[in-house]
Every structure is written in C-alpha cells, then in structure tokens.
Design a protein around this ligand. Structure first.
Ligand SMILES: *Cc1c(COP(=O)(O)O)cnc(C)c1O
Length: 372
C-alpha cells in the first residue's frame, strides 16, 4: 500500500489556507555568507546587548546537565513564588509560559469561542492578530492615532462578541505609551466586560513617572491580565520564558488551556536568577539604552531622518528608500535591522538600542543608504 496524498483543499480550514507563513531570519553563519560580511550585529529583535545578569548566569552555570533527564516543574513552582514575593500577589496570580508568545495563545484559547473577536491596534505586535487569525477568530485592528493606541476608537470597535482587548504598553514598534490616567479611564469604561491584556514586554525600560505599573492595578481591575517577558530586559530570549499576572480566578481559567511542561527547567532556573538582581540589570540597561537613544537622536537629526520611539529599547526610522532595500544594504555591512512593512509601516526600519560602538556602526552603514 502506498500512502495517498491528503486532500489539503478540504482538510485545511479556510482561515489557515489564507495565512502567509512567517519566515524566520536565517542563522548568523548563513547570513554572513549570503551578504559577505564578517559578523552580524542583530539590531532586529530588541534583545539586550548586555546579556543576562550575573545572577542569571550563575544560575545557568550551576545547573547539573544530567538533570536534562527530568521533566521541569509543570507549573514553574519556585519561579511563581519568587514572582509572588517581588510583586506582592499570590503565587497563583501568575502563570508562566514558553515566552509571552505562548501566553497570547493561552488567553485566546481560554476566552474565545466561534464567532468571537479580539480588538487591538493595526500597528502593534503582530502576534495578537496572527494567533487570533490562525485560531479562526476575527482580529479587529483599530488604526493608531498619533502613533499610539486610540482608546476611543478601540472602545467603539468592541461589541458583544469581543472577548479580549490587547494593549501593548509601551507599543512595539512605535514606542508610545498610555499613562496611568489614560489606562485607568480606559479600564473604567471597559468596566470588566472584556479581558484587557496589557502587554508590558518593554515595561521595565520605561522610566517616565506617569507610566502605569499594570502589576499594581490587577487588584482593582480583575479583568486586567498583564504580560511580562524575560526575553528583553533580562536577556533570556533564547530560553523562551515569560509570564502573565492577573486575578487568581481569571488566571485559573487561563491555566486550563496551558500546555504542561512547555517551560523548561533551564529557563525557570535562569529566570529565578534574573529576579535576584533584577533592579541592577534594569538600571544598567536603562543607562545603555538612554545613551544610545540620545546618540541616535542627534545622528538621525543630522541625517534629516524622521524617527519616533522615546520609550523602550528601540527606535523607528523613516527612510527615503524602501525598507527591504535598506535592509539588504545594511546587511552587507553586518547590520541587521527589522523592516517595518510587515508592521504596516512601509519605508520604515526598527533598530534595537545597544552599546554606542554598535550604534556608530549602524549610523555609518545607514548614511550611504540614505544618501542613495
Ligand atoms: C518580544 C515581545 C513579546 C514576546 O516575547 P517572548 O520572547 O515570547 O516572551 C511580547 N510582546 C511584545 C510586544 C514583544 O515585543
């Protein structure tokens, strides 16, 4: 018997048929060969060039490789207790996932049913829209106003089939944020009818005094679910670990959809280490990022380039040429940025803020691109 090819036209549901697959970037060695450069500076994923904190590194070094034989804690027990200590919520108010990306899927699975929708912005982290899409739910994408989330328009987009509203604060890629007054006013008007996800993937980078701390609002607003990640500030992106926090009753529902053992032991140990010297890591990283931002602002002004993003660890630059062309030219100099056409910002690139010598290399590579 030979196997017959499956009838994909009928097996694959329409909402999957229409999806364009995401193409991940190639490994450094492959890229270096393709573009003929010595090494690659990855300024495309908002990673932290300082690397993991001393305590996170120590935790990784102290792991016994033979423990690879044993399943991890299925509910990140010790990590959740450390999070509980740090943030003053019960450990059951936390749910740990294989990156915040996995948490998006958990929340959508927990609350959305056939015919439901989610509401978010048109130019924000695209994973909310993707996960909703491949799960068969409508993503209502509300245009940004002034590069920020438009609260009024989002409320207007909500209907009785809206289950979740995703707010990215500060927003990736525009770097804008809702201050505490605006967030509270929004939550007051949602009045608990929907789950509001506040994605604070870059929250630790923001030092503005009016920036809201979602974690301190979950007692007041039990429909609020806060996302955090160890990928960006804590430089553990390779280990894939993030968490959400919310009212215990809400988190209990989300937990029902989660895949046990999706968060490995190495990631859990490193995250516990990262929490031990978190404040140090945050202070050092903010210094590096602020220096880079000040430097780039001056240089981009000199080149006459419009740019935005005054929070988080990235900036968006508008170019006089196509972003894909700029990408290829920058890659030949070993500089990898994120093209923004996929974020619905054609002719824009996003660049991760890092050490000054790397920022200088970026500007040196960008200058001829802009000059044509
Ligand atoms: C990077 C990022 C995340 C997810 O990060 P993980 O690596 O999956 O934890 C979530 N939200 C935003 C806005 C991000 O930029």
């Amino acid at each position: 018997m030979s196997g017959r090819f499956p009838p994909l036209e009928t097996l694959v549901p329409p909402h999957i048929r229409d999806i364009e697959p995401y193409i991940p970037s190639k490994p450094d060695d492959v890229l270096a060969k393709m573009f003929g450069c010595q090494m690659i500076y990855r300024l495309n994923n908002n990673e932290n060039a300082l690397g993991p904190s001393p305590q996170a590194l120590a935790a990784l070094r102290s792991l016994d490789p033979r423990q690879a034989a044993v399943y991890p804690s299925g509910d990140a027990y010790h990590l959740r207790h450390k999070l509980a200590e740090r943030y003053g919520h019960p450990s059951d108010a936390f749910l740990v996932g294989n990156g915040a990306n996995e948490l998006i899927a958990f929340v959508i699975k927990a609350f959305c049913h056939e015919g439901d929708n989610i509401v978010t912005a048109d130019r924000t982290f695209t994973v909310y829209e993707w996960v909703a899409g491949f799960s068969g739910f409508e993503a209502r994408l509300v245009p940004l106003a002034d590069y920020g989330f438009d609260d009024e328009a989002m409320l207007a987009a909500v209907d009785d089939r809206t289950k979740i509203i995703f707010v990215c604060n500060p927003n990736n890629p525009t770097g804008t944020y809702w201050d505490e007054r605006r967030l509270r006013r929004f939550l007051d008007r949602v009045a608990g009818r929907q789950i509001v996800v506040l994605d604070e993937a870059y929250g630790e980078f923001v030092s503005a005094g009016d920036f809201p701390d979602g974690m301190s609002l979950i007692n007041e607003y039990p429909n609020l679910v806060v996302f955090r990640t160890f990928s960006k500030m804590f430089a553990l992106a390779a280990l894939r670990i993030g968490y959400l926090a919310g009212d215990e009753r809400v988190v209990e529902v989300i937990r029902r959809t989660c895949v046990v053992y999706s968060v490995n032991s190495i990631a859990q140990a490193a995250a516990i280490g990262a929490l031990a010297d978190a404040d140090d890591q945050i202070a050092r990283t903010r210094r590096m990022v602020n220096e880079a931002r000040a430097f780039l602002r001056g240089e981009l002004a000199r080149l006459g380039l419009v740019h935005f993003g005054d929070q988080a660890n990235y900036m968006v630059v508008r170019l006089p040429v196509s972003d894909t062309l700029a990408y290829r030219k920058l890659m030949r100099q070993g500089i990898m940025v994120r093209t923004m056409t996929g974020f619905r910002f054609p002719n824009h690139i996003r660049v991760t803020l890092g050490p000054i010598p790397v920022m200088e290399k970026f500007i040196a590579a960008l200058e001829p691109v802009v000059a044509g």
